[in-house]
Structure formats: C-alpha cells, structure tokens
Ligand binder design. Structure first.
Ligand SMILES: *Cc1c(COP(=O)(O)O)cnc(C)c1O
Length: 235
C-alpha cells in the first residue's frame, strides 16, 4: 500500500522532473497539499513527511482544521482555495495566510478591514475565469488589471498573483485548449508582474495536469488526490 509520505515524495519528483524538462529551477515551484475532506490526522502525516503548505476549500471544514492544528503546528501555512461568500470572509481573514479565489472588490475590502492588524497582510491571488464559461468563478482576463490596482491599495491585503482552474485535461484531450488557457494565464501573470512588485505567484496545476502547468510557468501547484488519495465525499 502506498502511504501519504510515498505519494508526497512522488508528487515532489513529478514537480522536479517537470521543472527540469522546462529548464526551470524546481525551487521556484511550491507544492500546496490540498487536504479538503481529509481528516486532520492526514495533514499531520504529511506534515511529519515535511509538507508545510495546506489548502482547504470549505470555510467550516477549513476553520475546524486550522483551530485543531495551528496550536501544535504553528508553522503550517494555510491557504483558502475555495469559493468564498462575503458573509464568511472574516474566518478567512482571521485564520488563513493565503486566499486563492479573490474575484471582486467588495470581498477584497471586507477582507482587508477584517484582517487583524497584528497579522501580516493576507496574501491574495486573483482568480481568473480562464475557460470563460459563465458557470465558472473568477474575473475575465480583461478585468484583471483593474481589480489588481484596487486590491494593491488595500492595507490588509498583499497582492501576490493569479490563480486559475482551467478546463480539465480529461475534457480537452486531442485539442490544445488547455495549453492555450495555461499560456494565456502566463501572459497575464507576466503583465501583472511588470506593474506590481509584490506579484510572484501563479497558482495553476492539479494532480492531473501539474506537468503541463509547470511547462507554462506555474509557480504553485495544488495537489489533492495524488497525495491524499481519492476523496470519498463532498461536504
Ligand atoms: C480540489 C482542488 C484541487 C486539488 O485537486 P486534485 O485533482 O485532487 O489534485 C486543486 N485546486 C482546487 C481549487 C480544488 O478545489
């Protein structure tokens, strides 16, 4: 049976190999372990194998895990990567280090006001609706610059870059649609870096498409299934 530690090591190897193939330095690429729906014990197992950054999708579940684990493991860096309703923003502002799904100025202002002054600013990524489907969240590519300018003026937030959930690789086989989306993200990211010195993070790539994402310049891959195994339920 493969353990979480084995799978973590395999994921690290995949990242290193993909970086090497793309002539990139593997240290430029951060691994975020997505622990949604998995028990705190699995987070501890991955922690003991050296993992420090964890991603959660659901506010209540994420809050419970942070509350349980933060006292004993204060060096875990918690990332919120799910859709965020305004009425739950305070929890993210108070308990997380990063938010990957910022998509509107109203939410940004609330988070900035709610971020405790004793904490470092909340690191935020603007989510881009790169597949341009109405059902998907995120801002349109042409609206990134405006939101970025507004966000970077807020004292409680630090604009770190962009995040995307592109079309699933399983649905794009035989077409270059996924690659086009990833390439567009890289272009938007490079443009944003030109105008904002704090920007250094391009969050794209999951268990199935991390190699392609790294080829296209990802600096942070979000890996759930390949580390913790299949998820048996959706809360
Ligand atoms: C669940 C999730 C992931 C991890 O997906 P896997 O395919 O399990 O690696 C990454 N990013 C987001 C936004 C997710 O919701």
């Amino acid at each position: 049976m493969t353990t979480i530690a084995d799978r973590l090591s395999i994921a690290q190897h995949r990242i290193a190999q993909a970086a090497q193939n793309a002539a990139r330095n593997p240290s430029e690429i951060k691994l975020l372990a997505v622990s949604k729906t998995k028990p705190a014990a699995d987070v501890i197992t991955a922690y003991l194998a050296g993992q420090r950054c964890f991603g959660e999708n659901y506010v209540q579940e994420g809050e419970a895990k942070v509350d349980e684990l933060a006292p004993a493991f204060p060096d875990i860096e918690w990332h919120f990567i799910g859709p965020l309703q305004s009425n739950k923003s305070r929890i993210v502002a108070q308990k997380f280090a990063w938010l990957h799904t910022l998509d509107r100025i109203k939410l940004a202002k609330r988070l900035s006001e709610q971020r405790p002054v004793a904490m470092a600013p909340l690191n935020v990524l603007i989510q881009v609706n790169i597949s341009q489907e109405d059902s998907k969240s995120g801002v349109k590519p042409e609206d990134v610059a405006t939101l970025a300018a507004e966000v970077s003026a807020l004292p409680g937030l630090c604009l770190r870059g962009l995040m995307a959930i592109p079309s699933p690789i399983s649905e794009t086989h035989g077409s270059d649609r996924l690659e086009q989306e990833l390439a567009t993200m890289k272009m938007l990211f490079d443009a944003l870096r030109e105008t904002h010195a704090s920007v250094d993070t391009l969050s794209m790539g999951m268990s199935d498409d991390l190699e392609l994402a790294i080829t296209h310049g990802s600096t942070l891959v979000r890996i759930g299934t390949a580390i913790f195994g299949a998820r048996s339920y959706t809360p």
